[in-house]
Design a binder for this molecule. Sequence first.
Ligand code: PMP
Length: 429
Amino acid sequence: MIYKRSSELFNEAQQVIPGGVNSPVRAFKAVGGDPIFVEKAKGAYLYDVDGNTFIDYINSWGPMILGHAHNPVVKAVSEAAENGTSFGMPTEIETKIAALAVSMVPNIDKIRFVNSGTEACMSAVRLARGYTGKDKIIKFAGCYHGHSDSFLIQAGSGAVTFGTPNSPGVTKGTAKDTLLATYNDIDSVRKLIAEHTNEIACIIIEPVAGNMGCIPPSESFLQDLRQECDKNNILLIFDEVMTGFRLAKGGAQELYDVACDIVTFGKVIGGGLPVGAFAARDEFMKMLAPEGPVYQAGTLSGNPLAMAAGYAMLSELNSKPELFTSLAEKTAYLHEGIAKQLEQNNVVHTINRVGSMISVHFSETPVTNFETAAQGNNETFKAFFHGMLKEGIYIAPSAFETWFITEALSYKDLDRTIAACGKIAATLH
Ligand code: PMP
């Protein structure tokens, strides 16, 4: 494959955009090489500026659950654009999508729309702090909740400890209020709660982690978290930016039958337009401005194009619940096919999968938390990534990312992917 035009565009971009990209992972830093510039996408395929075609396993990092340029979404956006692109005033479509989302997701009465997953999580934490009157939060090492200051925290001296900023610009003052626990380790959470009695406002978690590869919650982990929160007057926030409207109509809450107090959304909920949302029972949501004292706002929140896209997307998912089963079946087929190819070629691996989220780790040990995810062989991953790319298969350019399966993928596409995997696996030693 030739990436001449992409490389030229990347050089130009670097002159005027930091690192040439508007979000770091796009720069291919983890795998090396220049990123691919997209010309267009349709269904399961990406077309780049050099005329190459790829089967897409990223799907804009999740939103494209029904494939790129999905006709009902494109139609809804085009029609909405004819009537104006933003008003900063209420519109009927906002109520329609809110009512639909509330009907699909368990344990919520009201939903507030924002412009990104970052905003959703940041606002959810503010609401939890406002409601409980407490300052500290618990997050899990390896979970990502966007780039707001409170989440850009890494473990300090011990694995479970006070956080320290992991980006310049995040103050020590902010870092002291974020406590880090270990994913799938309830004792690490209990320890923090015991050390900080009556100080913790909320626990925020990806109920299925998607930002250290795909990591399922171990049995009873989410239920145990629920119990700890109930016992200690702590709110449980499920960050369902990836899992919401993807694992089931009602997301991970439905799949695992565990209720959270506040749930955040992004990705699928906007049909590919910049949308995030957070939702909860009225008891919590009534704390929000203008009804209550917790401030939260946005000039473009509830934007008519974004709401039209999201409404078209959610309507389709709501009317075809069999889609979730079909997606899970496709993902299981891919899982089996890839595992077989890697086994036949003696490539050490672990594959994690929940519903339509899947990740391949070049690691022998089960991948259950950040530490075990980090043990994967990154050199093997790099070779695998570039090999697959040459075969026209676009997977995430980092070993810490999840692949997102779209309904637009055919079994023929999956077979092509599995065959490519076999070819590359034979070279991975
Ligand atoms: N939460 C999770 C679980 C995410 O995966 C992401 C983005 N990958 C975010 C929050 C942040 O969303 P955004 O990039 O839209 O700000």
